[in-house]
Design a binder for this molecule. Structure first.
Ligand code: ZN
Length: 267
C-alpha cells in the first residue's frame, strides 16, 4: 500500500524493530507492520518517566498503534501492547537473537512495501524465542525463510552454475554464483566453500517448512556451525555489508563457551 492510499490517521499492528533517542524526550521508532511495511514513527515524550507511550515501545514489542501521517515521519498518538518480551528478561542470549532478527528485517524490508508473510514470520519467531529448544535453529529457520520471502533464496536444487541436478554428495556453496555448486563447477569458483549433504537438506527443509517442524529438528554442533557460517556469508553478500548484531551474538557465544568450560573445570 502506498502513502497516497493511506489515511492521515490510521491504526495498525506493528513490531518495534528499533528505537533511537531524538532530542530531549522523544524517540524515533522503526516499526514493521503487516500492510505498510517498514514505518518510521516519532513517539513524542516517550523518554519521559511518566510517558503513556514509553513502556509500550521497547524493541521486539508487538503493539497496536494509532499513527498520524506527518511530512517526514508518522507520529504515534496511541500505543497498546499486544505482546511483550517479559519472558525473555534475564536471558541476554535469547534477547540478542531477537534483536538480530529485528535488524535483519530492518535491513531487508522497504518502507511502504507490504509483506504480510514477512510480518507473520517475525511475529511467530519472536513469540517462539522464549520457548525454542535451540535458539540457533530458530535463527537459521528465520534467515532461510526471510531470504525466501524477499526473493533471495539461494539455489538449493540444481547447480547454480551449470544447472545439473545436485547429487547426494558434498557439494559447494558460493554466494557470488547464487547458491549450491556441483563438484565439477567448484574448481572455477575460488571462493566457494564445501557444503555437506546434511546442510543442503536442512536448508531445503527450512525454505519450505513450518516453524514447528524446524524447531523439532535436532541440529548437531558441527552442522549448526556450518549452517551459521554459510548463511551469514550469504546474507553479508546480499546486503553488501555486515549485520551489526552478529558481533554481539559472537561475543556472547564466546562468553557462554568460556563459562561452560570453567564450570566443567570446577566440576
Ligand atoms: Zn555445476
Amino acid at each position: 500500500m502506498t502513502s497516497a492510499e493511506r489515511p492521515r490517521l490510521y491504526s495498525t499492528e506493528a513490531i518495534v524493530l528499533r528505537q533511537t533517542p531524538m532530542g530531549e524526550a522523544d524517540r524515533l521508532l522503526t516499526l514493521y507492520t503487516p500492510h505498510y511495511g517498514k514505518v518510521r514513527a516519532m513517539a513524542k515524550g516517550a523518554r519521559r518517566v511518566k510517558s503513556r507511550l514509553g513502556g509500550h515501545l521497547e524493541p521486539l514489542t508487538r503493539v497496536r498503534v494509532l499513527l498520524a501521517q506527518g511530512t517526514t515521519f508518522a507520529v504515534v498518538s496511541q500505543a497498546e501492547t499486544l505482546g511483550n518480551t517479559l519472558a525473555l528478561r534475564g536471558d541476554l542470549w535469547r534477547m540478542t537473537c531477537g534483536f538480530y532478527m529485528a535488524e535483519l528485517v530492518d535491513r531487508f524490508a522497504q518502507e511502504e512495501q507490504e509483506n504480510g508473510a514477512l510480518y507473520r514470520l517475525l511475529e511467530e519467531s519472536v513469540a517462539a524465542l522464549a520457548e525454542a529448544p535451540d535458539p540457533d535453529t530458530l535463527l537459521r529457520f528465520f534467515e532461510t525463510r526471510l531470504l525466501a520471502l524477499m526473493g533471495f533464496l539461494p539455489e538449493l536444487h540444481q547447480c547454480a552454475s551449470c544447472g545439473m541436478a545436485l547429487a547426494p554428495v558434498t557439494n559447494s556453496f558460493s554466494p557470488a554464483v547464487g547458491g549450491a555448486l556441483c563438484p565439477a563447477c567448484r574448481a572455477q569458483q575460488a571462493l566457494a566453500r564445501p557444503m555437506t549433504l546434511q546442510a543442503l537438506k536442512v536448508l531445503r527443509l527450512f525454505s519450505g517448512c513450518a516453524l514447528e517442524a524446524a524447531l523439532a529438528l535436532r541440529v548437531p554442533e558441527p552442522l549448526a556451525v556450518e549452517l551459521e557460517h554459510l548463511l551469514r556469508q550469504y546474507i553479508r553478500y546480499v546486503l553488501e555489508r555486515d549485520v551489526r548484531s552478529t558481533e554481539f551474538l559472537d561475543m556472547l557465544r564466546r562468553e557462554m563457551r568460556e563459562d561452560a568450560f570453567l564450570a566443567q573445570q570446577r566440576a
